[in-house]
Design a protein around this ligand. Structure first.
Ligand SMILES: CCCC(=O)SCCNC(=O)CCNC(=O)[C@H](O)C(C)(C)COP(=O)(O)OP(=O)(O)OC[C@H]1O[C@@H](n2cnc3c(N)ncnc32)[C@H](O)[C@@H]1OP(=O)(O)O
Length: 247
């Protein structure tokens, strides 16, 4: 289990937390004892993306131009490694997965969502594109037309709608423990031999991973050009999508 915890910031990720996530993936890469992993956020919220308070202080100044690019590089690398693990991964989503949090959810093989939770690609509201590889992965999951709908509108995609898009694999009633349901979901997929499950995951991963590498590189380049420009710096300074909370 990987748990995300930043209680004061809806589990948004600081630079330190991004490094800790990379370390957690290192540990899973070295782990040979199992066949699955659940990713979840503590205190009833999945993840609000990059920590915008840290970003406003340390990632937008004139001498900090390369910071957005470095964040994107690290998170591309980490999420790609997470996706390629020889483990079946399930994101257990409560509350919401917003911005980079939505991108993180797409790095897992499956998503189990609480009925009242939502996924929101808010990047258009911040005048940027996904920077953690989520644009490419979303397109692979839901297809070209629905991906465009989701990223260009920046609408909240609630669990039932996510299910219709193929972005969610199981909806959990609000009174039920989402992590427990995600763990049960995982147990069904990993019930056969651990060695076979791990090998099968590598076969499926290998079948589609190489083909999307150029698209990930393109996404990273576009994000790096846009992050920190005037329009995005203004929105980030205002707290990102929270300035548009009512919609
Ligand atoms: C390539 C990756 C790029 C990115 O990920 S950029 C980040 C994109 N994320 C966003 O724009 C999310 C902005 N936040 C929101 O929309 C809302 O806060 C959100 C997550 C829907 C939660 O709404 P609510 O449940 O109503 O809670 P709230 O707004 O009162 O927030 C509670 C406290 O959490 C803080 N928070 C939320 N998201 C944060 C973030 N990303 N970075 C830093 N702090 C964040 C928020 O400022 C508030 O703090 P405080 O209690 O006022 O001190």
């Amino acid at each position: 289990m990987i748990s995300i915890s930043n209680p004061g910031g809806r589990n948004s990720l600081s630079g330190k937390m991004m490094c800790e996530l990379a370390d957690a993936v290192d540990v899973l890469q070295a782990w040979e004892g199992g066949a699955g992993v659940v990713l979840h956020g503590e205190n009833g919220f999945f993840c609000a993306g990059a920590d915008l308070k840290v970003a406003a202080q340390h990632m937008l100044g004139p001498s900090e131009n390369g910071m957005g690019e470095e964040m994107s590089y690290l998170m591309h690398h980490t999420t790609s490694r997470l996706r390629a693990l020889p483990l079946i991964s399930v994101a257990a989503i409560e509350g919401a997965a917003v911005g980079g949090g939505a991108e993180l959810a797409t790095a897992c093989d499956f998503r189990v969502m609480a009925k009242d939770s939502y996924i929101r690609f808010v990047h258009a509201l911040l005048s940027v594109v996904p920077g953690w590889g989520g644009g490419t992965r979303l397109t692979k999951i839901v297809g070209r037309r629905d991906a465009l709908r989701i990223v260009c509108t920046a609408d909240k995609i609630h669990a039932d709608q996510a299910m219709a898009f193929g972005l969610c694999d199981e909806v959990v009633e609000t009174s039920t423990d989402t992590v427990k349901v995600a763990t049960g979901f995982l147990q069904k997929l990993t019930a056969n031999s651990t060695a076979a499950t791990r090998a099968l995951k590598t076969v499926v991963s290998q079948a589609d991973d190489d083909a999307y590498r150029p698209s990930l590189n393109h996404e990273h380049d576009v994000f790096s050009r846009m992050w920190g420009n005037k329009a995005s710096a203004e929105q980030i300074g205002k707290g990102g999508a929270s300035a548009r909370k009512g919609d």
